[in-house]
Design a protein around this ligand. Structure first.
Ligand code: G
Ligand code: MN
Length: 395
């Protein structure tokens, strides 16, 4: 939805026509006094505002939009000089408004159309075609979050990294999987996305190996892939082609995904384990798992969800549950990784419970691959000087 305000009917009609060509629904008014009402009732994505209108000046209109915490992309159009627009733009930006473009009258319709199209591209829902194109043009990237391993003396080193998909979108910025993975999965793109992460991750392992850095790789697997009978052999081929030891790789599957599985899942998971690829139950503790069912699956690791781990310092119950889950997992011969470790106190408590691995913002956020060597070195350094355990590595 695009709202246009200009006291000149002809201009406002042109703006609306261009807006519609760019894909918006357009509503206009020649009176600024209708701005409040229209903004409140229509939740616009774009507002085009003439700075000089007879009944209200543009700066008071901007002030109102800022007070209302309006998130629309704002286009300022005016016949005034460049410096006046620039100052209005500064005002809007400083008040937290998304001032997207400023144009002087007479404006070039083609230029305005191009800006509208850009604004439209940034707000419309992402489509499977966008995602397919992103895979082809290399807009998808993989970031890595370090996972540390505990030694008997409660020191830690970096044992593995979890590969996490990111979409480096030219207009929308760096997107996390929440904004596109389920859309992709719903349109049959899980395999393309997962294969991309696996391929990249495996290549990256070779890259680190060339720098004499040995880390394991964890990759998240979509529920649909554990019904793809060909997956284990395809994965094995990828590993063989790059001569990567299957033991360096573990796949993470959410407990909720596991509960919807058919008998084929047992076939696939068992074959993956036979090939020595690790299997972790991801985000454990939030679903409605049947424990017996889960423990019939050939997992070798349990990753305890961050919603539980993140509360162990303040909540006695969370701490009892995590402690008990770790004991249970160990009795069932599963290693345990605690997700969502955001401070030293949490890590120390986990060490007390005997957690084997830990992951979370305290250790590091997901980072581009070039940053991993420095993080590995940081934890190695802490191990050599455990007394000087400072805090997290420098950013
Ligand atoms: O479900 P899974 O474990 O695959 O989720 C990984 C996601 O969790 C990543 O997108 C990452 O950004 C996020 N994450 C990782 N560590 C932390 C943490 O310590 N706190 C919070 N809030 N999120 C985290
Ligand atoms: Mn995961």
């Amino acid at each position: 939805m695009l709202l246009a305000f200009d006291d000149d009917r002809e201009i406002v009609d042109t703006i609306c026509a261009l807006g519609e060509r760019a894909g918006f629904r357009a509503v206009s008014s020649t009176s600024a006094s209708r701005l409040r009402e229209l903004v409140a009732s229509s939740q616009p994505d774009v507002i085009v505002l003439d700075l000089q209108m007879p009944d209200e000046d543009g700066v008071s209109a901007l002030r109102h939009l800022a007070d209302a915490q309006c998130a629309a992309k704002i286009f300022l159009i005016t016949g005034m000089d460049e410096r006046t627009i620039a100052s209005a733009e500064q005002y809007g930006l400083r008040r937290g408004l998304a001032v997207f473009a400023t144009l002087q009258k007479p404006f070039d319709p083609d230029e305005l159309l191009a800006r509208f199209e850009k604004a439209h591209a940034a707000i419309r829902a992402l489509t499977p075609a966008d995602l397919e194109q992103a895979i082809e043009t290399g807009e998808l990237v993989v970031h890595y979050q370090p996972i540390i391993r505990r030694f008997a003396d409660n020191t830690w080193d970096v044992a593995a990294v979890e590969a996490l998909l990111r979409w480096n979108h030219p207009v929308r910025g760096l997107l996390t999987p929440e904004s596109f993975v389920s859309m992709g999965e719903a349109h049959g793109l899980s395999r393309a996305m997962t294969d991309f992460v696996l391929q990249r991750g495996i290549e990256q392992l070779k890259g680190w190996e060339a720098q004499r850095l040995r880390v394991g790789l964890r990759v998240n697997i979509a529920a649909t892939l554990i019904s793809d009978i060909a997956f284990p052999d395809r994965l094995e081929r990828m590993l063989v082609e790059r001569s990567v030891d299957p033991e360096a790789l573990a796949l993470e599957i959410t407990e909720t995904a596991m509960l919807e599985q058919t008998p084929d899942a047992f076939d696939i998971l068992t074959r993956l384990r036979i090939k020595n690829i690790g299997l972790a139950i991801d985000d454990f503790g939030i679903g409605y798992s049947s424990l017996t069912q889960l423990f019939r699956m050939p997992f070798n690791e349990m990753k305890i969800d961050r919603s539980l781990v993140g509360r162990i310092v303040e909540s006695k119950e969370a701490s009892i549950m995590v402690d008990a889950l770790i004991s249970l997992a160990h009795k069932l011969n599963l290693t345990v990784c605690a997700e969502g470790v955001e401070n030293r106190a949490t890590l120390d408590a986990l060490a007390g419970f005997g957690a084997d691995f830990a992951q979370g913002y305290f250790i590091s956020t997901p980072v581009p691959p070039v940053e991993i060597p420095r993080i590995i070195a940081h934890w190695d350094e802490q191990q050599r000087h455990p007394k000087a355990r400072s805090s997290r590595p420098p950013r």
